[in-house]
Ligand binder design. Structure first.
Ligand SMILES: [Zn+2]
Length: 309
């Protein structure tokens, strides 16, 4: 699992065995990059989207301990987006945040740098020293640190919008390959470069409108959603819908890899709805029109290749 791999990198950095330069190329999944490197296969979190990954990265806890699974989450005040720290109207939602990875590493005497275009995200703000990332060529100018983490979102963005056979996507991949190769030449050999995405994507052009059921709004993401209702209630309400798979509590626990906690039931519920291949969910309160998306259980979404240079 991807979190174990990240923890293993951090362990080696802590033990002074290596310096690590990590490029998180959101959405890259199992895409075959053309760069001279070793590769390691692993799996994404379920749901296969950035939310659980980033919460685990920043808190260094697995989802059963940080309870944050997907893009849309239920909070005290209603539905909100934890990764953006905002509710559906764009108002800030102040969450009580735990310690964050970068502060913890610094306390241990490890030199860190974090580059991201999302300086406004709650955990990024919490540390307060992340740098704005606008272009990949910025990476050539960085000072050498023990641990560098770069959040590069353009692969995911291009895939959602144009799909993987598009000129825009190819151009983004070429740019990433070129940057990584150049970076390898510039960085000293004791700095290991890691490139991976936190999930892949799959085709989701056929849209399924997820209704409110018995007063309960679905939360989740474009390929996995959650209701605070029983399996029977959800299965009955969605009975005639094509492309929908309803998971019972036990099946949901099996894909999550842990028993549902009271907090996860409170935020999400105990019945999950998964979009089958080719389908994507539309929520009553949001209208995305992505060609490709992620969050579900398909191989394309779950497989991750870690490139090690
Ligand atoms: Zn995405």
């Amino acid at each position: 699992m991807i979190f174990d791999e990240v923890r293993a990198i951090l362990d080696r950095v802590r033990k002074n065995e290596e310096k690590a330069f990590v490029i998180l190329a959101d959405g890259l999944g199992g895409y075959p990059l053309n760069i001279p490197s070793a590769t390691k296969k692993t799996n994404a979190f379920f749901p296969t989207s950035g939310t659980a990954f980033f919460y685990s990265l920043y808190t260094q806890k697995t989802p059963e301990h940080h309870h944050t699974l997907e893009h849309y989450t239920r909070g005290e005040e209603g539905i909100y987006i934890p990764l953006w720290g905002k509710d559906l109207n764009g108002n800030r939602v102040e969450e009580e945040l735990e310690d964050d990875l970068f502060s913890l590493l610094e306390e241990e005497g490890i030199q860190v740098q974090h580059l991201t275009p999302y300086l406004d995200q709650p955990y990024v703000k919490r540390w307060g020293k992340a740098q704005p990332l606008n272009t990949l060529s910025q990476l050539y100018e960085l000072p050498e640190k023990d641990f560098t983490f770069v959040n590069w979102p353009m692969i995911d963005y291009t895939l959602h919008k144009y799909g993987p056979y598009s000129p825009a996507f190819n151009q983004e991949i070429e740019l990433l390959e070129l940057t990584v190769k150049r970076l390898r030449k510039r960085l000293p050999p004791e700095v290991k470069i890691y490139v991976f995405g936190d999930h892949g994507l799959t085709e989701s052009q056929q849209k399924i409108f997820l209704p409110e059921i018995e007063g309960n709004l679905p939360v989740g993401g474009e390929r996995a959603a959650f209701y605070q209702l029983s399996y029977d209630e959800v299965a009955n309400a969605l009975e005639n819908m094509e492309g929908v798979l309803v998971l019972e509590k036990e099946e949901l626990e099996a894909v999550l890899g842990f028993p549902l906690t009271p907090e996860i039931k409170r935020r999400y519920g105990e019945t999950a709805v998964i979009a089958e291949r080719g389908y994507g969910f539309v929520f009553p309160y949001a209208k995305p029109d992505n060609v490709f998306s992620h969050g579900g259980l398909s191989k394309e979404e779950r497989k991750i290749l870690i490139y090690i240079l």
